[in-house]
Design a protein around this ligand. Structure first.
Ligand SMILES: Cc1cc2nc3c(=O)[nH]c(=O)nc-3n(C[C@H](O)[C@H](O)[C@H](O)COP(=O)(O)OP(=O)(O)OC[C@H]3O[C@@H](n4cnc5c(N)ncnc54)[C@H](O)[C@@H]3O)c2cc1C
Length: 375
């Protein structure tokens, strides 16, 4: 006897997490994904993502602490390693580091200030010209393996995953349930979780959920050849490469080399499936120039770039909220992956009638201001 039938739209990290948590909570789950398993059209593909607890906001710190436990639980459930904690360095202006330090301390998490020399002694491949924050409970997730693990764990608990099955239409019925239409079938579910990544900016939710304006961008991280890339910490250079505070440069070791990217600088994409996936040479040269100046441990001439989509909300905070039988997990603004092991738990809370976390609510003030301005 299940607690209800839930449709999940999208099998990126958010939808796959929803499937895992919903099956754990006893729901009958059917997942619909428009592409194949492991596809590279959206936001969750590739060999690595940063995991870190370090955020200036207590909600994110608490969620990341929970995510760490859930990644470990998932590793046990599927019997495969997903998360490597190699530590992290934040560097840049003191006013960017202080709130992160304060939030980690307030949450009782490990963090300390290091000098540039301390960083060079431990990781000579990184150059730091300010004080740095070192926090050990950070590192990298293997992205493709993590999504596959969420799907394996969900199917092991009874979820049905339908790949190459785009959901074309959602309709709330008079009885409060949801009609879900694909190209060749129609399903009736009690509630639906919509986790569509960049496709949230499309029309699927029209008339069901009023979303804030979402900006989809094509980002272009670069992998550099390096000695022993897996020993690298993850790092954030706040305001690095002359980017404004709030932006910056991120990096981490991976099986493909040391990955480096500028946060949220990519060009706007109107229709995700029609995006130009070609490499922007000028943007590539800028990341190489950054590597020459700040990353003595990489070979800046041996580099390869990939593209991937960000879905940015106006305030760069996530959307995890519900309207009637429609729960939305979206707008992860280029920093959602690390929370992938708990995003589905947020969906379970919403489906069961609990309030959204205020920072992720569709009613939050920071969205209203922008929505009013923009409309
Ligand atoms: C270059 C880059 C680097 C990043 N680095 C980090 C990092 O270091 N740390 C971190 O925490 N985060 C990072 N992120 C962000 C993180 O990867 C994303 O926030 C996360 O992957 C978003 O997952 P998602 O499930 O919302 O979207 P997606 O992975 O795009 O999944 C959405 C899925 O929904 C499917 N879909 C959409 N519409 C339909 C429909 N109608 N029917 C059926 N299926 C549908 C899509 O095909 C897709 O598979 C990075 C992102 C990028 C692009």
């Amino acid at each position: 006897m299940t607690r209800g039938r839930i449709g999940v739209v999208g099998a990126g990290v958010a939808g796959s997490s929803a499937a895992w948590h919903l099956t754990r909570a006893g729901y009958d789950v059917e997942v619909f994904e428009q592409y194949d398993a492991g596809h590279d059209q959206g936001s969750s593909h590739g060999s690595s993502r940063i995991f870190r607890l370090a955020y200036p906001h207590p909600t994110y710190v608490a969620l990341a602490v929970r995510a760490l436990l859930e990644w470990r639980r998932l590793e046990e459930e599927v019997g495969s390693p997903l998360l490597d904690l190699t530590g992290a360095i934040d560097h840049g202006p003191a006013d960017a580091l202080e709130p992160v330090h304060a939030a980690l301390r307030a949450a009782g998490q490990r963090v300390e200030y290091w000098s540039g020399q301390d960083v060079a002694d431990r990781w000579p491949g990184l150059r730091v010209d300010t004080t740095a924050l070192h926090h050990p409970d950070a590192g990298r997730l293997h992205a493709d393996r993590a999504v596959a693990a969420l799907q394996t764990a969900a199917t092991g608990r009874g979820a049905r995953l339908r790949f190459r099955t785009p959901v074309r239409r959602l309709l709330v019925r008079a009885d409060g349930r949801v009609d879900l239409k694909t190209d060749d079938s129609a399903y009736v579910v009690d509630q639906v979780v919509v986790a569509p990544g960049a496709w949230a900016a499309g029309s699927l939710l029209d008339g069901l959920v009023h979303l804030p304006p979402l900006r989809v961008t094509q980002e272009q991280p670069v992998h550099f050849a390096a000695q022993d890339p897996l020993s690298w910490p993850s790092f954030i250079h706040h305001g690095g490469a002359g980017l404004p505070a709030g932006g910056g440069t991120y990096g981490l070791g991976s099986v493909d080399g040391v990955k480096v990217g500028f946060h949220a600088v990519g060009h706007r994409v109107e229709v995700p499936e029609e995006r130009d996936r070609s490499i922007d040479e000028i943007a590539l040269q800028k990341v190489k120039a950054y590597a020459r100046q700040w990353l003595p441990g990489v070979d800046a001439d041996r580099a390869s770039a990939q593209t991937c989509l960000y879905t940015l909300t106006p305030d760069h905070d996530f959307i995890a909220d519900r309207r009637g039988p429609v729960t939305v997990l979206a707008g992860f603004s280029g920093h959602g992956f690390k929370f992938g092991s708990v995003l589905g738990a947020l969906a379970v809370d919403l489906i069961e009638g609990r309030e959204p976390l205020p920072v992720f609510s569709l009613d939050r003030q920071s969205l209203k201001t922008v929505v009013t301005k923009g409309s």
